[in-house]
Write a protein that binds this ligand. Structure first.
Ligand code: GTP
Length: 600
């Protein structure tokens, strides 16, 4: 397949607009070929970008169509950018019953920035409530596209899919690449196979990659021999070589996951090449501690985390230890969904039994002479007003976009205000009374919000308060000064180290009360009174007291029975119950920590 017969493209869309269904329909397979991971199948979302090659005939010639799948959720915008770097075009897929959503806008911008050909596609036209004409107009006015370019399909019935394939061949330019130039192979993803070691996904920029080639990494200068090359069709199919413009995989004698650097350029040993532009390293925006339920499992857990992180390079890993929870890892994620998905994959694929502490965002502590970024509340200064060295504390901000039917605008504005939103603005996505508009017009609401407000319950409230109609996305908006305080908890004056949190000054009393109450519910009674205090600086901001046990009362199972209701926690509690932790003279079942810290 010479370059001119190759098309590298991707499908970009808001979640659930039918990306995977269209991919399956286009590749003529009826099963969901792209959503390989179990968690994706269960949740019906695409988490990790995959690739698949299809062979189609146009104008009497076989063409190679490389579909590079992209994830469809706000947390994974970076993966979208990475996948698009191997593409010359993208199908912008919009659900004809729902119209343009927040994520449609953000993925469109990512594609626009990369300057690739965008083909607008309206999906689900088979549904009776579809309003293709109106949505096509909405798409064109939102994105500045031509109405004549819009394709109408039903990924489910297959209607219009041939036209989409034809448009890919006609409108997307073939990759440029010169087979006679020195080899440059971009590594854009990798996975791990127990028997073959690291499998690298690559797009060949120039030159030819053959089985048996002796190659080297620009990043590490390490040398390798290629033992297998091939394409994803959609599973790995080995071939003799990969040509410029092709997307495929190679296996070389790479044993360690850490050797596969995303964005690395591989070249032939002995040839001098300028490396291709790599990828910006990801920036973790949400951090959480991950601990094994059984502390003897720490090394196994750490190993599993490292293996899993190979297929998900956006996760950062550091060791962390706590007296309450033992040895664990502090992981950095792109967002809370990302965190959830990672946890679930650890459980599904590695059979790990873990607890994850509630998420925090990175703060910048600006000192007179330096700035440090902290990702763990424990490292936050206790008091900083009186320390002259600290000039200010800054928190990460995001520009949020919410798209919602007009009737929920008030609710959404309330939601943003109650989450410290600023610069709120809104405009209509389409004019009321425009052709075919029989439903309420929708509004785009934009606001600047602290990321810490977004990573908690924001998304759930947004869905709840808009009856599920609101869509939401956000992008990084830098750091701003803030008035955050560190809150710790003490039991009879002794701090619980794992339980430090960073709280906005206006919420100190509410949050202090809430958590003191949560602790009260899980701490068993003792023969003496136990005081639970929420402390900020040197001030006690909330207090709960557990009265002393009377002699005739049997303690039950260390008081665990009061929170046995959640059946998911049964095993954890069973194991945790055996372990008692001491804070001063107070004995706590470890299960108490599991429940309080895992934010359930
Ligand atoms: P993510 O991978 O999570 O971003 O979702 P997606 O965009 O891949 O959506 P997916 O293909 O999983 O489709 C979402 C839902 O819409 C599924 O229940 C599909 O069966 C359904 N669906 C997709 N395309 C069509 C269509 O053309 N018509 C109808 N009626 N349903 C469709």
């Amino acid at each position: 397949f010479p370059c001119q017969l190759i098309r590298n493209f991707s499908i970009i869309a808001h979640i659930d607009h039918g990306k995977s269904t269209l991919a399956d329909s286009a590749s003529g397979q009826n099963k969901q070929v792209l959503d390989k991971l179990k968690v994706e199948r269960e949740r019906g979302i695409t988490v990790k970008a995959q690739t698949a090659t299809m062979i189609h005939e146009f104008y009497g010639q076989q063409h190679l169509l490389n579909l590079i799948d992209t994830p469809g959720h706000v947390d994974f915008a970076w993966e979208v950018a990475r996948s698009l770097s191997a593409c010359q075009g993208a199908l912008l897929l919009v659900d004809a019953t729902q119209g343009v959503q927040a994520q449609s806008i953000s993925v469109f911008h990512v594609a626009r920035e990369r300057n690739i050909k965008i083909i607008p596609v309206l999906n689900k036209i088979d549904l009776p409530q579809a309003d293709p004409e109106r949505i096509a107009n909405q798409m064109c006015s939102t994105f500045g596209l031509e109405l004549a370019d819009v394709l109408y399909v039903s990924a489910k019935t297959g209607r219009g899919v041939d036209q989409v394939l034809q448009a890919i061949a006609d409108r997307i330019p073939p990759p440029k690449g010169d087979a006679s130039s020195p080899l440059k192979a971009l590594l854009f993803d990798s996975s791990y196979d127990r028997y073959r070691g690291v499998i690298s996904l690559t797009s060949i920029n120039s030159g030819v990659l053959r089985k048996g080639d002796k190659i080297a990494s620009s990043h590490s200068r390490k040398r390798y021999e290629v033992v297998e090359v091939g394409i994803m069709h959609p599973e790995e199919v080995s071939t003799e070589l990969l040509l410029p413009g092709q997307v495929g995989y190679f296996v070389c004698n790479m044993k360690e996951s850490s050797e596969a650097h995303i964005g690395d350029t591989f070249y032939r040993q002995g040839e001098k090449v300028e490396p291709l532009e790599g990828f910006k390293p990801t920036r973790a925006m949400v951090y959480a501690g991950v601990f094994p339920v059984d502390s003897n499992d720490f090394l196994k857990l750490e190993e599993s985390i490292k293996r899993l992180a190979l297929t998900d390079r956006s996760v950062t890993i550091q060791r962390e230890s706590s007296t309450a929870l033992g040895q664990g890892c502090r992981l950095g994620f792109l967002g809370t969904l990302h965190m959830d998905v990672f946890r679930q994959r650890l459980e599904d694929e590695y059979d790990a039994n873990v607890i994850i502490t509630s998420p925090t965002v990175p703060y910048k502590i600006v000192y007179k002479d330096r700035v440090i970024t902290i990702s763990n509340p424990t490292d936050f200064p206790d008091v900083y007003e009186s320390t002259h060295n600290v000039i200010e504390i800054q928190e990460p901000m995001v520009n949020a976009t919410i798209i919602v039917p007009q009737e929920f605008l008030g609710e959404m504005m309330d939601l943003c205000s109650s989450h410290r939103g600023q610069n709120m603005d809104h405009r209509y996505l389409e004019l009321a009374g425009a052709a075919g508009v029989d439903t309420a017009p929708r509004v785009i609401l934009t606001a600047k919000l602290p990321l810490s407000e977004v990573v908690t319950d924001f998304f759930d409230s947004l869905k709840h308060r808009s009856s599920g109609y609101a869509s939401f996305d956000y992008e990084d908006a830098g750091y701003e000064a803030c008035n955050m305080k560190k809150m710790t908890f003490q039991l009879n004056g002794k701090p619980i180290d794992a339980l430090a949190m960073i709280v906005h000054h206006s919420a100190i009393h509410d949050i202090g009360k809430l958590w003191a109450k949560k602790l009260k519910d899980v701490i068993p009674r003792h023969l003496f009174e136990v005081a639970i205090q929420a402390v900020v600086g040197s001030k006690v901001v909330a207090r709960e007291t557990i009265s002393a046990m009377r002699k005739d009362v049997t303690a039950g199972l260390y008081g665990v029975s009061s929170y046995l209701s959640d059946s998911q926690h049964l095993t954890r509690q069973k194991e945790g119950k055996k372990k008692m932790k001491r804070i001063g003279s107070i004995e706590l079942p470890q299960a108490a920590f599991f429940d309080v810290l895992s934010n359930k």
